[in-house]
Design a protein around this ligand. Structure first.
Ligand code: 4UW
Length: 584
């Protein structure tokens, strides 16, 4: 029998499958707190500029009309793959509304990590078939270099979030801005939303977001996330939190309440996109958007906007605990809960944080791009450190051993398999990886997460998921994905590298960092010392890859890369060896 949500969990409401995410956001029919009732849904934490819900709605409408005019698109024509828009930007208050305008046209938003270099961006733009890119001035140069490589003309590179008139980029070219498109769109005739012509179930088949994840192995792949997937995860989160929020409301004599939430995590990543923006906005929360991580600005913003709900990743929490004197200079008493995920949060770190802020509910969630984010999360009344909490409504989970046997008892580790209406459609143009990751069982389709977990009973007597290890090869640096296969392929282009394997090793600050084990090219230059060679190899990554992919775990020379008879690199063996050395 698979595991399911706890007994206190309300059932998952009906998940609509014939509407777009954008329509869902304004839909009040199920009596929750959709965006329409929100306080200002998005506020720029640096400038205070914000949009009321009605303004967001109007801007989406104008933007959709403007995009149609700009690209000659029609909402009721063509497949979503003819209307792919790339977004390569730091967080802005226009980021998510731009994706919703794309959805209104029946298009796909492919959101790229703002830390990417031109080469990495080019890979995503090309692979996704993006027809245009929206960027911010700070990333314009990188965007132009990538766009040129994949034949996206300069005229199809747009800038957000600047006011009209401020259009000149560093290239001296007058780029159109998002504002120009909004204004042009306001003069266009009204437009019928794409989903008005959708057939039954089309929202479950159409891709809305194409986010990139390496999954259990290989290079980053386009994860096809449908409208229904995002709607499902939003409803799952909101439903999961209803009992504890109601309880909190009762205790504090509140009829109903909304929160002010932190929108710092990258909106290009599923956590910042779905948890931080969609669930919050749908609930009627106000999201305070920050473009990037700056510790003092973060603290100042929490104080100034009286933020109640923090969405963070473990390295940011570690930063807080290590800089308690700085933290104490700010009034952070508005914070009710601090949510963390994307990598494990150690019990010691959680304890340290609580020693500074005893009133905070330090909550952990676990999930993946391939599950449209959250699979399980702790709630304020049932926090158990080290645990990622109970399953969300509508989710079934199995634990499967390496031998393929199902675990039905507590405290026994196995690979976590997840069934949920938020499990995505698959990987774009990659049927092999899709088949390996998404499997059909007698009771439905499951996603094999590649994470090892146990199910255990919390002190409150509820079943919790505890992530115990990562079976797959993925490395998580500060919550960012690093695919070993990508670094290995790149390392092999260095003349001194004959063969190599990359694994993640633990790091206090970053969670994990990549380390390369390299077999030197025979007969290579004997003048070069090992130290020089190692530096040259590390530099080779530094020069061509994003900063977070650097070999911060070092380079080590080995005689041979361990491989299976079929030639598969045995990364697990390297990792176990490295762990063993760490223990000694
Ligand atoms: N503990 C240990 C965790 C945890 C974890 C994720 O880049 P992706 O595809 O996706 C994410 C999702 C982050 C996230 C999910 C649910 C949630 O509530 C939340 O907010 C608090 C954030 O990062 O990487 C997926 C992989 O990241 C690891 C795990 O290996 C997973 O397969 N991971 N959350 N709490 N590991």
């Amino acid at each position: 029998m698979p595991f399911g949500p706890p007994t206190w969990s309300p059932p998952l409401p009906h998940v609509p499958d014939s509407i777009s995410i954008e329509t869902f956001m304004w839909d009040e029919s199920n009596g929750r707190h959709p965006l329409a009732k929100s306080q200002d849904p998005f506020t720029d934490g640096l400038t205070g500029r914000s949009y009321k819900a009605s303004e967001v709605k109007e801007r989406i409408d104008h933007l959709a009309r403007g995009l149609c005019k700009e690209f000659g698109w029609a909402p009721d024509q063509g497949s979503e793959w003819d209307k792919v828009i790339g977004i390569f930007s730091l967080n802005t208050i226009d980021y998510v509304p731009l994706t919703w305008a794309t959805h209104r046209l029946g298009g796909v938003a492919t959101c790229a990590n703002a830390a990417y270099n031109a080469h990495e961006l080019e890979y995503q733009l090309r692979d996704s078939g993006a027809k245009a890119v929206f960027t911010c001035l700070a990333l314009l140069e990188t965007t132009l270099a990538a766009a040129k490589k994949c034949n996206i003309p300069k005229e199809r590179v747009y800038i957000l979030p600047m006011a009209p008139g401020v259009t000149q980029g560093m290239d001296g070219y007058d780029h159109k801005t998002l504002e120009d498109i909004v204004i042009a769109g306001s003069k266009q005739p009204p437009l019928q939303a794409s989903d008005k012509s959708w057939k039954a179930g089309e929202g479950a088949r159409r891709t809305a977001y194409l986010c990139y994840s390496s999954g259990t192995s290989g290079l980053p792949k386009g994860v096809m996330i449908s409208h229904r997937n995002v709607i499902a995860n939003t409803l799952q989160m909101v439903t999961h939190e209803t009992p504890s929020r109601t309880e909190f409301g009762k205790k504090n004599n509140l009829q109903s309440f909304t929160e002010t939430a932190l929108g710092l995590l990258p909106m290009s990543h599923i956590y910042g996109l779905v948890v931080g923006s969609h669930a919050g906005a749908y609930r009627g929360d106000g999201v305070i958007v920050l473009p990037k991580y700056d510790f003092k600005i973060l603290l100042q913003t929490i104080q100034d906007y009286k933020i109640n709900m923090l969405y963070l990743v473990p390295p940011m929490i570690i930063h807080m605990t290590k800089a308690r004197d700085t933290v104490k200079q700010y009034d952070l008493s508005s914070v009710r809960a601090c949510f963390t995920g994307a990598a494990p949060l150690g019990k010691e770190t959680a304890d340290d944080l609580l020693s500074i802020f005893p009133d905070w509910a330090v909550r952990q969630g676990y999930g993946l791009t391939e599950t449209s984010t959250v699979v399980c999360s702790t709630v304020p009344d049932d926090i158990w450190f080290g645990s990622s909490g109970p399953l969300l409504p509508g989710i079934k989970a199995r634990l499967v051993t390496v031998e393929g046997n199902e675990i039905t008892g507590y405290n026994q580790p196995g690979e976590l398999w997840v069934q949920s209406p938020a499990v995505v459609l698959g990987y774009l143009n990659n049927p092999t990886a899709t088949r390996e990751t998404f499997v059909d069982e007698s009771d439905g389709r499951y996603m094999r997460t590649g994470d090892e977990a146990i199910i255990a009973k919390s002190p409150n007597g509820h079943e919790h998921v505890i992530i115990t290890d990562r079976i797959k090869e993925l490395i998580k640096v500060k919550g960012h994905q690093v695919a070993p296969a990508e670094l290995e392929a790149h390392l092999l282009t260095h003349p001194a590298v004959n063969d190599c394997v990359v694994i993640g090793i633990p790091s206090d600050r970053e969670g994990e960092v990549p380390k390369a084990f390299v077999v030197k090219t025979p007969g290579g230059s004997i003048e070069e010392s090992d130290a020089l060679l190692k530096r040259s190899i590390a530099k080779h990554v530094e020069m061509h890859k994003s900063d977070y992919k650097r070999l911060r775990g070092g380079v080590e020379f080995i005689d041979v890369v361990p491989k299976s008879p079929s030639g598969k690199i045995l990364r697990r063996l390297m990792r176990d060896r490295e762990r063993e050395r760490g223990r000694r």
